[in-house]
Design a protein around this ligand. Sequence first.
Ligand SMILES: [Zn+2]
Length: 58
Amino acid sequence: MADNSKKHPANPSSCRHCGNPRSEHTYPRSGPMDCHGYEEPTERQILARMLARRAART
Ligand SMILES: [Zn+2]
């Protein structure tokens, strides 16, 4: 699992596997996210990311 939380918290709706936005999961599989397809995050992941974004702003 990629750790990009140091740069900026993931968008709440980003991929559940890697935290990158859906637009980076390109087809045919030629981009950097070629090991899996975009999947919506779980409610728990969305909540955690929203909290992380809020914490990062303060
Ligand atoms: Zn992904």
